[in-house]
Design a protein around this ligand. Structure first.
Ligand SMILES: Cc1ncc(COP(=O)(O)O)c(C=O)c1O
Length: 358
């Protein structure tokens, strides 16, 4: 253990993220019980800001084929705690293929050039072929499917284990129809595919075809959505308390002006830590079960809260992000205030903040 790791063990941090194990497993089980498809947790972007190692560790209690990530860095994080299989759905530069440990790993492929580079390694590698069914982002065109499958067959050590696509959330039924066409083409090529997967969270329940047997579950797993339980809570401590007179300005640019004498407190959470700057003069934090507004501009590592007549003590705890979706400081409510989506705010949460599983 190096000096920094040792320091981390004894150092008490001001900010702390609590990952609620029961909520995470409840969310997983909710989706798992809806149908026969396997639920594959999506752990990219530091498990949607939650902490990839903590989330992977909890999910070891469930049985499924793949953790889903974007790139190899995330695989290495997961490898610190488990050897269980991981599927990478992002693009990996072929120049890195020879450096990758391919055991218990599957890779997304969407073009011939990358496929040939992979085949030339002459190693047993599991491949999931991505097909464009209408989102026009990743994936090969349906018309190119036969030729690409022909190319894969030239490399007997490559195992075409999966074929997949992704829904854009506008013309899902058309995309599902196109994907069913894809299944037929693949099967007519005499290849047996273990996994066809199409849905992410919002697609769950829309797909009736029994051949489509896995779901890549992201946002729902983390409890964002009706009836689900948010998994993440961010707590902090007040690092400065002061009373200001009527007319005094707060933070950069003085965008908040006190209309009466009031108590303000500083929390050591700013936009670096993941408190979005759009919450300046708009967001809330929870202190002793009441909500208090963020006033003035959110700074890089700090924000200021208006406590009114209440006078908190130095180092009192505040809840910056609540795991109750109804709260004014839940990720869902914050996203409404910022006119963005919960994904955006979650992935902003800095990976350097300490995580603990509760
Ligand atoms: C290809 C792919 N599959 C699955 C997911 C998970 O989506 P969601 O978080 O909406 O469940 C994503 C999210 O970005 C994705 O890009």
């Amino acid at each position: 253990m190096n000096i920094f790791d040792r320091w981390k063990k004894v150092y008490e941090s001001l900010n702390l993220i609590e990952i609620n194990e029961r909520n995470l497993l409840n969310n997983y089980d909710f989706f798992d019980n809806l149908g026969k498809e396997q639920i594959w947790p999506v752990l990219k972007s530091n498990a949607y800001g939650h902490g990839i190692r903590q989330i992977a560790e909890i999910l070891l209690k469930r049985d499924f084929e793949y953790f889903v990530v974007d790139g190899y860095q995330e695989v290495l994080e997961i490898r610190k705690i488990t050897k269980r299989p991981v599927l990478m759905i992002g693009t990996i530069l072929p120049s890195n293929f020879s450096k990758i440990k391919w055991k218990n790993l599957a890779i997304m492929i969407q073009d011939k050039r990358t496929l040939i580079a992979l085949g030339k390694l002459n190693k047993h590698i599991k491949v999931h072929l991505k097909v464009n069914t209408g989102m026009n982002r990743q994936g090969i065109e349906i018309v190119d499917l036969r030729s690409l499958i022909g190319e894969i067959k030239k490399y007997p050590k490559l195992e075409l284990e999966g074929v997949f696509s992704h829904l854009a959330g506008v013309n899902d039924s058309e995309q599902i129809k196109r994907f069913e066409e894809v299944i037929k083409i693949v099967e007519n090529n005499g290849i047996e595919i273990k996994f066809f997967h199409l849905a992410a969270t919002s697609g769950v329940g829309k797909i009736k075809n029994k051949k489509i047997n896995a779901v890549r579950l992201g946002i729902g797993l983390y409890g964002i959505g009706k009836g689900l339980k948010p998994v993440l809570k961010l707590k902090s401590k007040i690092t400065k308390v002061r009373e200001i007179e009527k007319g005094k300005k707060v933070s950069y640019g003085g965008t908040f002006v006190a209309t009466k004498k009031t108590v303000v407190g500083v929390i050591p959470v700013g936009y670096f830590e993941g408190l979005d700057r759009r919450l300046s003069n708009k967001g809330f934090v929870k202190y002793k079960n009441k909500f208090y507004p963020i006033v003035g501009r959110v700074c890089m590592n700090m924000a200021i809260v208006n406590f009114g007549k209440v006078r908190p003590k130095l180092y009192d705890e505040v809840e910056v992000i609540s795991n109750n979706s109804k709260d004014k400081n839940s990720i869902e409510k914050m996203a409404e205030i910022c006119e963005t989506i919960p994904y955006d705010l979650l992935v902003e949460i800095n990976s350097s903040i300490r995580r603990t599983i509760v």
